[in-house]
Design a protein around this ligand. Structure first.
Ligand code: ATP
Ligand code: MG
Length: 335
């Protein structure tokens, strides 16, 4: 039997190149080898204030984009998190099995609470704090062995492991212990205008982000305006040359070559050459995805695929939840 793998994406904005390179592209490559589960984490999205129409639009867009990027509904289980009610129930249970101390140490909470606070006059939703326990539920629900995530989510997967081990020791062996699967080159695509921080779909500066649905002209303009440095030397050095290194990384991944090979390719060339090459490979990659997306967005197929997958996921989730409830003494009669 194939090992299970699970990953998710929050519909908190339009899908970015960071999401594609750090998560989705890899999932598409994994779907033959693994039993892949992919969910659209709309319950996670509402941990920061959302406009309901925009949330719906982003959810529909991300679903169609997943399939347009190559996820195959016959091979992979792609579903909407809120369609499987058991996620919230298990999330609550895991909330009771984790501590305020460990949740306080999550860097995503520190970052996002600061950003949210600035926008909402000090109002920080409690869900932002308990986000990792819901994420632990998402993962542990399906006995996933691997969780392919960007390096930014590694801490959350480690916490999931800690919680699972704790519950297994305290009650009974109900959870399989998952492992984060971080890509070898630790893909973290950076913001084009401030390469010290990661490219995030919830960021407010659209110039800093390549969106998967950006038209070629917009891509060219954003890459042209991307921050580099004044050295005009193409060298991979994320610490001292974060902007240039980020562009090199984008190119190398899309071309399926190593950073060393990319560096060699640009020997004796300048930043204009670098930017032209990155723009070209980006357009080549995104155009066919965008064409498939246009075909899918208004078809009924996506909705049907999501519903089929949710039906399958619900059956499994129901079984797992029962097992956990039994272990904790929550079922009135042992089931
Ligand atoms: P948000 O700002 O709402 O957190 P996000 O862009 O960080 O949005 P998520 O939905 O949190 O996206 O993450 C989806 C997947 O994309 C995760 O596996 C995450 O590790 C990966 N990912 C997100 N941003 C990047 C990035 N800049 N580089 C590589 N991978 C990324
Ligand atoms: Mg994120």
């Amino acid at each position: 039997m194939k090992e299970k793998m699970i990953t998710g994406i929050t519909p908190s904005g339009e899908m970015t190149l960071g999401n594609y390179l750090g998560a989705i592209k890899r999932c598409v490559e994994f779907q033959d080898e693994y039993d892949l589960y992919v969910f659209i984490a709309n319950l996670h999205a509402i941990t920061i204030p959302q406009n309901k129409e925009i949330l719906r639009k982003n959810t529909k867009e991300i679903a169609a984009l997943y399939f347009a990027c190559g996820l195959d509904p016959q091979k992979s289980t792609v579903f909407l998190q809120s369609d499987v009610l058991e996620h919230a129930q298990l999330g609550w249970i895991l909330n009771t099995q984790s501590s305020i101390g460990e949740l306080s140490r999550m860097t995503q909470f520190k970052d996002k609470s600061q950003k949210t606070k600035a926008k909402t006059k000090d109002y920080i939703p409690a869900g932002l704090f308990t986000y990792p326990t819901l994420m632990a539920a998402d993962i542990l629900m399906y006995d996933a062995k691997y969780v392919p995530v960007g390096i930014d989510q590694k801490q959350h997967v480690e916490l999931t492991r800690d919680i699972a081990i704790r519950v297994n020791n305290k009650y009974s062996e109900v959870f399989k212990i998952p492992e984060p699967l971080i890509s070898e080159n630790k893909i973290k695509i950076m913001d084009l205008q401030d390469p010290s921080k990661k490219m995030s779909k919830s960021s407010t500066n659209p110039k800093a982000i390549i969106y998967m649905l950006d038209p070629p002209k917009v891509i060219a303009a954003k890459i042209k305006a991307a921050i580099t440095d004044s050295e005009n030397l193409i060298k991979y050095d994320p610490k001292h040359k974060p902007g240039v290194s980020n562009l090199m990384m984008i190119y190398a991944i899309l071309k399926n070559i190593t950073i060393k090979q990319a560096e060699k390719h640009w020997t004796g060339k300048n930043y204009k050459d670098l930017k032209d090459d990155v723009t070209e490979v980006l357009i080549q990659t995104l155009e066919p995805i965008q064409t498939r997306y246009q075909q899918l967005y208004n078809s009924k197929d996506v909705e049907q695929w999501l519903e089929q997958a949710a039906t399958k996921a619900r059956l499994e989730a129901h079984k797992k939840l029962n097992k956990v409830q039994n272990a904790l003494g929550l079922n009135y009669n042992r089931k």
